[in-house]
Design a protein around this ligand. Structure first.
Ligand SMILES: Nc1ncnc2c1ncn2[C@@H]1O[C@H](COP(=O)(O)OP(=O)(O)OP(=O)(O)O)[C@@H](O)[C@H]1O
Ligand SMILES: [Mg+2]
Length: 232
């Protein structure tokens, strides 16, 4: 699904240049569940942003379903992102004045669907994460774990083929964290969605069949033996 070859990314200019990704080559296969681990500053979020087509490498190649994204327009990448990729972040990024239902429906409204059909799909996504009964609550009336499940519902409402999460359990207690990773596993089993999770939590990483360790901007080799067994 995603193929990175010889990817480099540097921030800053002149003497302040900081190489963040150095010669990263990585393939993510459709249907995989991968954890990206590594110490703070090792380049995990930078890598996830490249996988999510939010950013472009300075050098190297990124293929999405075989399509070389080096050559594509900003519009084409935005379209692929909107249609194919869902994002979940550590701090939820929900709009405080909107109900859970409206937060989840929002991405669909942008696609020009009727409000009725947006709400129906949003409700189905909330049911999927076990929060149908909280649909009309605002995020501030919910626990952290519930807010993150609303964010997961928003990420999956468009039926993405790739779900990317950056420290999705970083603000959660261990029980809520377990629920999120259970949900990811169930979504992968039910729909085959490919999932990549950046995490510091060894318990979360241990639940992922494949683990990618970042060290100082590189993929540390060798990967886990388990990661060489195709999971799809
Ligand atoms: N927009 C930016 N401008 C300049 N430097 C940046 C920028 N984003 C990240 N960096 C630097 O790139 C390096 C890697 O950052 P990145 O956010 O990818 O690390 P990370 O592995 O996700 O860390 P953490 O676990 O703390 O989230 C860090 O040294 C960081 O300071
Ligand atoms: Mg990060």
């Amino acid at each position: 699904m995603l193929d990175l070859t010889g990817v480099h990314k540097t921030y800053g200019t002149g003497a302040a240049r900081v190489p963040v990704l150095r010669d990263v080559s990585l393939a993510i296969r459709a249907g995989e569940v991968c954890a990206i681990t590594g110490s703070s500053g090792s380049g995990k979020s930078t890598l996830l942003n490249l996988l999510g087509l939010l950013d472009r490498p300075d050098a190297g190649r990124v293929l999405f379903d075989g399509e070389d994204l080096g050559a594509t327009s900003v519009d084409r990448r935005a379209r692929l992102r909107n249609r194919c990729i869902g994002f979940v972040f550590q701090s939820f990024h929900l709009l405080p004045r909107l109900s859970a239902l409206d937060n989840v429906a929002l991405p669909f409204l942008y696609r020009g669907l009727s409000p009725r059909s947006c709400r129906d799909r949003a409700m189905a996504a909330l049911e999927r994460v076990g929060l149908a009964d909280r649909a009309h609550h605002r995020p501030d009336a919910m626990s952290g774990g519930q807010r993150q499940r609303v964010a997961v519902a928003r990420a999956i409402v468009g039926k993405p083929r790739l779900l990317l999460a950056d420290e999705p359990t970083g603000n959660l207690d261990s029980e809520s964290a377990r629920r999120i990773i259970d949900l990811f596993a169930a979504l992968n089993a039910d729909t085959g969605v490919t999932i990549v999770v950046v995490t510091h939590d060894p318990a979360i990483a241990a639940r992922c069949p494949r683990r990618i360790l970042m060290r100082d901007g590189r993929v540390a080799a060798p990967e886990d033996a388990a990661s060489r067994t195709p999971s799809a």
